[in-house]
Write a protein that binds this ligand. Structure first.
Ligand SMILES: *Cc1c(COP(=O)(O)O)cnc(C)c1O
Length: 376
């Protein structure tokens, strides 16, 4: 293994500097990772809510290795092993009607925008302030943060941003040419911002009245992260389209689009070389099995974080926990890392904890004690 300083120099010379980073993680097991110097961390980042089954869960690793020996790729020109079974499982757990796979969250968003346009025949979208939906041209168009979007405008998609939570504002801008309203049930990149259920019910109502589609971005909140398969299930609202990605295959790149009855791509309308390939489906099917088992424990574990951190007014649903820390966020993140706990600063000084769903009570207690120390 190269030492980090040598590695840093090679990267500086040959890799585009789009990321600010410091640690070099070389190994993981369960909720723990090790850096290049052998230092151990409790991982409350989990690849940003990706490694829900923990790092290298034996069932997931086994499924990937066994599939890699049988068939790595075959193309969507043919039936793909695992693809239909995975679609069936996702549909059954979410109450949606059909699935379609992609390679990432951004691509799932792009697929949702395409599906909404082609089935409604309408052009425009509405999204929300502080919302994040991805970095491709299409998904970036409905992502709010001006600093990451504006340098790339025009993005060719007509959209309006409404204050997250503002139902009256939404009612004013949705009209008969609105194809869809794109929304996160809990805003993740914004720092775990949890709206009242009435906001989600209100969007459903406005979409029903106007014929716009309710497009629910569950890329971060889905796959058990909040204690249910979808976060929107807490509110009892049925969206028209759902996007999934991060937690779906334990770190193997994959995304998914789920849609209600009557909404589907017809032959030739959408496609992808890699999406829903045999390896991704094998990883996702194994992930699905693990999550199905641990899902009942997720809410309790979230509460354990909240109880330990109650002094700092945490916001949480399941194992998606946020706290407003302010200007000190980066410093707190650094101190936690020094003391063996990985946490992440999302937007606006909001600390975000999205550990593996398999994290143990002992690991939660240890992480919280380090956090409290860093927060003071
Ligand atoms: C991460 C994220 C995306 C983008 O997913 P990528 O796989 O990075 O393209 C989209 N929406 C939400 C809510 C996300 O958290």
């Amino acid at each position: 293994m190269q030492n980090k300083e040598d590695y840093r120099a090679i990267e500086a010379r040959y890799y585009m500097p789009a990321f600010a980073r410091d640690l070099m993680i070389v190994r993981g097991e369960g909720s723990r990772v090790w850096d290049a110097d052998g230092k151990e961390y409790i991982d409350c980042v989990a690849g940003i809510a990706v490694c829900s089954t923990g790092h290298c869960h034996p069932a997931v690793t086994r499924a990937i290795c066994e599939q890699a020996k049988r068939l790595i790729h075959c193309s969507n020109l043919y039936y793909v092993p695992g693809q239909a079974e995975l679609a069936q499982k996702l549909v059954e757990k979410t109450g949606m009607a059909k699935a379609f796979f992609s390679n990432s969250g951004a691509e799932a968003t792009d697929g949702a925008l395409k599906l909404a346009r082609v089935r409604t025949g309408r052009k425009k979208f509405v999204a929300f302030t502080h919302g994040f939906h991805g970095r491709t041209i299409g998904s970036l168009a409905v992502t709010h943060k001006p600093a990451i979007r504006e340098p790339f405008e025009p993005l060719g998609i007509s959209k309006t941003f409404v204050e997250y939570g503002d139902i009256d504002g939404l009612r004013k801008v949705v009209d008969s040419d609105t194809a869809g309203v794109v929304v996160e049930p809990i805003q993740g990149e914004a720092g775990v911002i949890i709206p009242p259920d009435s906001f989600l019910h209100g969007i459903r109502e406005i979409c029903d009245e106007s014929g716009a589609l309710m497009i629910m971005d569950e890329v971060q909140t889905g796959m058990g992260r909040t204690g249910k398969w979808l976060a929107i299930q807490h509110a009892g609202v049925k969206p028209d389209i759902v996007m999934l990605a991060k937690g779906i295959a334990s770190g193997f790149p994959m995304g998914a689009l789920l849609a209600r009855e009557g909404l589907e791509f017809r032959r030739g309308e959408h496609g992808s070389t890699f999406a829903g390939g045999p390896l991704a489906c094998a990883a996702a099917l194994a992930t699905f099995g693990v999550i199905d088992e641990i899902l009942p424990t997720v809410s309790e574990k979230g509460e354990r974080f909240c109880n330990a951190l109650s002094k700092y007014a945490p916001r949480a649903r399941g194992l998606m926990v946020g706290m407003t820390v302010g200007d000190r966020c980066a410093e707190v993140q650094k101190r936690c890392a020094e003391n063996g706990v990985l946490v992440n600063c999302a937007a606006d000084g909001n600390l975000r904890l999205v550990p593996p769903l398999v994290i143990t009570n002992a690991e939660i207690d240890r992480a919280c004690s380090v956090l409290k120390d860093a927060l003071g």
